[in-house]
Design a protein around this ligand. Structure first.
Ligand SMILES: NC(=O)c1ccc[n+]([C@@H]2O[C@H](COP(=O)([O-])OP(=O)(O)OC[C@H]3O[C@@H](n4cnc5c(N)ncnc54)[C@H](O)[C@@H]3O)[C@@H](O)[C@H]2O)c1
Length: 348
């Protein structure tokens, strides 16, 4: 049963186990398409949200970030880390969890794992952006970086954009083999490539989703032909980018929230006033997306709090029908609100 209003101390919790069951219950492609729709719907009411660049705590090896937002009724935040060196230690590069709360009372209404949900929402956002920006009929995507996020990206583009072929490349062939194995049976034609140059052959969309805490050059200028859409996902921190600057200066650049992207995205390499278009404005019909077939478009993705808010709300909307959550005794809520100490005494 879903938590009743009188049980405000009990917060529905979606564990990793329940999240995986939920994805299987809904179907991964269906869920990616649903999330893309949910995020697009929230981008359409962009003005209703509190917005701030995420709060980052950097170290030599990675970053830990808090990503808050509110639409005035519901508040949400995500805790997320990014540690490219983790993988070599057998740990995830990115882990996350998140929470929704009722703005009226401040009481939490959902706590959820978000490592899997982040991979889903990042891929859904990428595919949603490509729906507006990629050349018409784009059916082949180069996928450079074949780690934890990769399969989610491929399947989101299949579900949302009608992708038919994916060309994989990673500096570690074992990652490419893993990705190809996981996508076998997905209905996508999967090609394993030995170089990034080979991966981009015939691709109308290029997704870069590598992890390295450096200004890397995953794509050089000569690798990007006319009419290509680039979905740059892995450049998402100061000093952590994937594209050569020359690509940026000849691309039409689309971003989530410029105040955050100018700090964290590929455009940290450009002047602070370099023109960019906010994706929500394209969706709302206030700005142009792709204007001609030869244009190079770039979605400079860094991940924004509203996408996590949309994803958490989607998960919350599934609780009652699926029962895939646990009750978490999380908020101390004595019957007499001033008798917090009395509640503690009675528990002895
Ligand atoms: N924009 C967003 O919203 C968002 C969300 C989640 C993750 N990310 C970022 O996406 C990236 C990938 O995340 P992940 O969880 O898949 O990481 P991961 O560590 O699981 O995988 C990264 C892969 O990149 C490969 N790689 C590294 N350097 C490469 C290079 N030069 N060429 C080709 N491949 C290379 C690695 O071998 C590895 O397989 C990270 O940088 C992460 O911070 C962005």
């Amino acid at each position: 049963m879903l938590t009743q209003p009188e049980k405000l101390n009990v917060v529905p919790f979606v564990s990793v186990d329940r999240m995986m069951k939920l994805v299987h219950r809904i179907g991964v492609e269906r869920m990616l398409a649903d999330l893309a729709q949910a995020i697009e719907t929230d981008f359409l009411r962009w003005g209703q949200f509190d917005k701030t660049p995420r709060i980052a705590s950097h170290s030599e090896v990675g970053v830990i970030e808090l990503m808050p937002t509110s639409d005035g009724q519901t508040y949400g935040f995500k805790y997320v880390n990014g540690h490219p060196s983790n993988m070599k230690r057998g740990l995830q590069t990115v882990t996350a969890f998140g929470l929704l709360a009722d703005v009226e009372t401040g009481y939490p209404v959902l706590l959820s794992e978000m490592t899997i949900l982040t991979a889903l929402r990042t891929a859904a956002t990428s595919a949603m952006a490509a729906k507006w920006l990629a050349p018409k009929g784009a059916a082949t995507m180069a996928l450079i970086g074949n780690g934890a996020q990769a399969e989610f990206q491929a399947l989101a583009f299949k579900a949302v954009c009608g992708l038919r072929e994916v060309r994989l490349y990673d500096i570690d062939p074992a990652a490419t083999a893993k990705c190809a194995r996981n996508l076998a049976g997905s209905g996508l034609t999967v090609t394993q490539c030995r170089t990034a140059e080979e991966a981009i052959l015939g691709a109308q969309i290029i997704t870069t989703v590598t992890a390295d805490k450096t200004n890397a050059t995953i794509l050089t200028d000569n690798m990007v032909g006319a009419g290509v859409h680039i979905n740059g996902v892995g450049g998402d921190c100061p000093g952590k980018t994937e594209l050569h600057r020359d690509i940026l200066t000849r691309s039409a650049i689309f971003v989530e929230y410029p105040h955050q992207t100018r700090i964290e995205g590929e455009i940290q390499q450009l002047a602070p006033d370099h023109p960019v278009t906010e994706l929500w404005e394209v969706i709302a019909g206030r700005a142009a997306g792709r204007t001609d077939a030869a244009q190079v478009t770039l979605f400079d993705s860094v991940g924004f709090a509203i996408e996590d808010f949309s994803a958490l709300n989607y998960i919350r909307s599934k609780l009652a029908e699926t029962g895939l959550y646990e009750d978490l005794d999380m908020i101390a809520d004595p019957d007499d609100p001033r008798d917090l100490f009395g509640m503690l005494l009675r528990a002895a």
